[in-house]
Each structure stands twice: as structure tokens, then as C-alpha cells.
Design a protein around this ligand. Structure first.
Ligand SMILES: C[S@@+](CC[C@H](N)C(=O)[O-])C[C@H]1O[C@@H](n2cnc3c(N)ncnc32)[C@H](O)[C@@H]1O
Length: 189
């Protein structure tokens, strides 16, 4: 296939991570899943940085742990088997970056999904932990049951944020059919 700059929102989120995340940063992956974002973050923060990763599924955390160990990156990552809505019970320091990739675990149980109420609780707590000029990314999917409701909840909440305190961007492929995912980017001012 020919090279493309605009592949999908997951790729766009990765490009933003490459651009923004620096050595020594403290970052959070609120939906570890198969660990692809956690692994990239672990590389980008370097030996003096820290990655916190949340997932409610043991399966997701064990797949991710194996990937991290294989690349000798596990010492800079704290994997937490708990809902991201409890983020404030596990992280007691300011963080530079937070990412969410909502929905279900690819290749896993499609009934286990992120849910609007807990997602919103978590986003509010993450914004409180984020430092000034820190960035938070959220990818929302609308093709599965509950996905549209979650996306609308996230969108409405982000829209309500005071523009003097946060800048909110929305990235979507507006000419694509079949419910393309949407990436929201928030910068804390
Ligand atoms: C789309 S997947 C994440 C994909 C991941 N970013 C990757 O790179 O493979 C969503 C994940 O969110 C997890 N999840 C669902 N509810 C959660 C919650 N309340 N807290 C943390 N993780 C949750 C699911 O178990 C699933 O693994």
C-alpha cells in the first residue's frame, strides 16, 4: 500500500506521543489493552520516566507485561489492575500526559467495555493530576453498543471545559463512512 500521512486516529495519537512525550516524563495509559500505547510510552519516557497503566482485565495486563519484559522496559512501568476511575487512589504526583483508547480489548471479550460514567469520572480526575501544558488524548469509538453514548458524554463534558483553562481539539475523518473513531486532544493551560 502507498504511504499515507493520515492513517487512522490510533496512528495520529501515536504521532502526537512521538512529538510530545519526552525523556523523564510521568505518563498514564488509562486503557492498557494489548499494551501497544504502554510500550511506546515506556520507550519515549526513557529510564528516568514512569508509565502508569490501568486495565480491569488481567489478560490485558499479562499480555502487556510480557511485551514490556521482552523489551526490558518493565521497570519503568507500573501496571495497575483497577478501573481508571480510581486513578487518584494510585497516582499521587503530577503527570505530563494521559491517554485513553476507549471501547473493548481487540481480540478479547467484546462485552467488557469502557462505560460513560466511569470514563467521565476518570477524565475529571486525570485533568486534576495533569500539569500545566500537559496533554490528554481520548479516542472514542461509536460502532459498538454504548459507544455512541460514551462519545457523546465525553464530547459534552470536554465542550463544557472553560477555554481559559483548557484547549480542546477534535480530530475525525469527516468523509469516512461506518462510524470512524474520534480523537480528542486536551491541553491544560
Ligand atoms: C480499546 S482497548 C485499549 C487498547 C490499547 N490502548 C492498546 O494499545 O492495545 C480498551 C481497554 O479498556 C479496558 N477497560 C474497560 N473498562 C476500564 C476501566 N474502567 N478502567 C481501565 N480499563 C478499562 C478494557 O479492558 C480494554 O482492555
Amino acid at each position: 500500500m502507498r504511504f499515507k500521512h493520515f492513517v487512522n486516529t490510533v496512528d495520529l495519537a501515536r504521532k502526537i506521543m512521538h512529538y510530545y512525550v519526552k525523556e523523564g516524563y510521568k505518563v498514564v495509559d488509562c486503557t492498557v489493552g494489548n499494551g501497544n500505547d504502554t510500550l511506546l510510552l515506556a520507550k519515549l519516557v526513557g529510564p528516568d520516566g514512569r508509565v502508569y497503566g490501568f486495565d480491569i482485565q488481567a489478560e490485558a495486563l499479562s499480555i502487556t507485561k510480557e511485551k514490556l519484559v521482552n523489551e526490558k522496559l518493565d521497570e519503568r512501568v507500573v501496571l495497575i489492575k483497577d478501573g481508571h476511575e480510581n486513578i487518584d487512589e494510585h497516582i499521587y504526583e503530577e503527570v505530563d500526559f494521559v491517554i485513553y483508547n476507549l471501547g473493548y480489548l481487540p481480540g478479547g471479550d467484546k462485552e467488557i467495555i469502557t462505560k460513560v460514567d466511569t470514563t467521565l469520572t476518570s477524565i475529571k480526575k486525570s485533568l486534576a493530576l495533569l500539569r500545566s501544558n500537559g496533554i490528554l488524548l481520548i479516542t472514542c469509538y461509536t460502532g459498538h453498543k454504548g459507544g455512541l453514548e460514551e462519545k457523546e458524554g465525553v464530547e459534552n463534558y470536554l465542550r463544557s471545559l472553560n477555554q481559559r483553562k483548557y484547549s480542546v481539539l477534535e480530530f475525525s475523518f469527516n468523509n469516512q463512512r461506518n462510524n470512524p473513531p474520534i480523537l480528542y486532544g486536551v491541553e491544560k493551560l
